[in-house]
Design a protein. Sequence first.
Length: 144
Amino acid sequence: MSSAGQMNRECAEVVMLIDDNEIDLFINQKVIEFCHFTKRLLTYSSGREALEYLLSAPVVDIPDIIFLDLNMPVVDGFRFLYEFSKFPDHVRNKVSIVVLTSSDNMRDKEKIEVNPDVIKFLSKPLNDQKLEQIRVLKENQPSN
């Protein structure tokens, strides 16, 4: 039996994509839309802009999942995670962060794997199998 039906079900109300590369942002956005992964998708090409949004957004508009690139100018993924770690619990408990990067640096991966806000480290680009991995992780996470 095909799992295509399972792959085309929403996993989150709100998802945020953060990537300074407009082509990667576009491709990943289309994959998320094609797989019906979320009701609402927010895209940011800057870690700083995404942090500003998260600081001011009403709770209902805070994303359930953030796909975060590591290698960005000004506020890179590591700086984003550091700033995010200082956010109030009601924000941090709602958001699951997936690092989505072209980096294959083992030190980057090791630093990410110990971060309690990150649920997965994935290489770009997204595809339906990677989104299904996130669905399974989210389904098996304890409710907050």
